[in-house]
Write a protein that binds this ligand. Structure first.
Ligand SMILES: [Zn+2]
Length: 331
């Protein structure tokens, strides 16, 4: 046990998380501590080869960081949007968040570094990070849902990521809760993502301003970048603006319908909620938990805990690095 622990602590891995706007990356030790991290813009102007070059430079930068401090990284992990085949290391399906990023090899181009390289979907990487080092540590079965611009999700069954038969499973944000609902980026209608992501909440709030111009929602600049508009929506509700309060109550209800279906299907030990929506208002989770209980299959058996994520927006590269570590250990 002691030896295994020493091995895990000494495993230094490089993690990369390719996002729609930024590639976030970091050097991680075997206990999930971030020893170094940075980010660079995701640029696809020169096509996929241009972005692969950026990733190569980022890996070199992290290796230089390690060697200058006298240690050697043992693996690389890369999280990417879209459908990712972890066996071949290839992006096989495009994500609406990164158009043109498909049929891209994400292992072969980096073979020159001589390190085992794990490749997986970005939401799966975030979920794995929460399982290894965050809110789902010690569980066997966990589901992690990230409410960001869209809704990302990952499923851990028996301590392993569940990918589905064709590596395109675990897309819980695209569970439709209304066949006549709004059109989603995936082409379907009424996906959970169109109701309860941060992006959906902002769209819904902006639309309400037309009907309720005296609501304090009307003061919000919905075109502003970053977390400010979402935080302002939650602040309006905290200050008892009736339109904002009712909106968030409806969002919590929509989300709860989706989560109850997920719980009925998987019955995980823990369901982790993360992303901008959760960070903006911890009390939102309480409302969602209460409503989810109401909609879940009635049973006297124990039900999953619903808990906030712990690793924030670094989860993607931390989880990618953890998958790299597994590969280095032959797991
Ligand atoms: Zn969808």
């Amino acid at each position: 046990m002691k030896k295994a622990r020493a091995k895990a602590e000494n495993t230094i891995c490089l993690g990369l998380d390719i996002g729609g706007s930024f590639v976030k990356y970091g050097v991680i030790d075997g206990e999930g501590s971030v020893l170094y991290s940075s980010r660079t813009a995701t640029v696809l102007d020169n096509g996929a080869p241009g972005l692969v070059d950026i990733l190569r430079n980022v890996i070199s930068e992290m290796i230089d960081h390690c060697t200058s401090r006298g240690f050697q990284p043992q693996a690389i992990g890369i999280g990417s949007p879209g459908t990712v085949d972890p066996r071949s290391g290839k992006v096989t399906g495009e994500s609406p968040n990164l158009p043109g990023w498909v049929e891209v090899e994400l292992r072969a181009p980096f073979s020159g570094f001589g390190l085992p390289t794990a490749v997986d979907n970005d939401a799966n990487c975030s979920a794995y990070a929460e399982f290894k080092f965050g809110a789902a540590v010690g569980t066997q079965t966990a589901i992690v849902i990230t409410l960001g611009t869209g809704i990302g999700s990952g499923i851990i069954i028996n301590r392993r990521l569940y990918h589905g038969s064709h590596y395109s499973g675990a897309e819980l944000g695209h569970l439709s809760i209304n066949s006549r609902g709004p059109r989603c980026g995936c082409g379907n209608r009424g996906c959970l993502e169109t109701y309860a992501s941060a992006g959906a909440i902002l769209r819904r709030a902006a639309r309400l301003v037309d009907f309720y111009p005296h609501s304090s929602l009307a003061q919000i600049d919905f075109s502003a970048q970053g977390d400010a508009p979402l935080a302002a929506v939650f602040r309006a509700a905290q200050e008892e603006d009736i339109t904002a309060t009712e909106l968030l109550d409806t969002v919590a209800d929509d989300l709860a319908i989706g989560l109850a279906g997920i719980i009925n299907a998987f019955d995980p030990e823990v369901l982790v909620l993360g992303g901008g929506v959760v960070d903006a208002a911890p009390e939102f989770i309480k409302a969602v938990t209460r409503k989810t209980k109401r909609y879940t299959f009635k049973t006297k058996a124990k039900r999953p805990r619903i808990v906030p994520a712990q690793l924030g927006n670094r989860a993607g590269f931390i989880g990618a690095a953890a998958l790299g570590a597994d590969l280095a250990h032959g797991e």
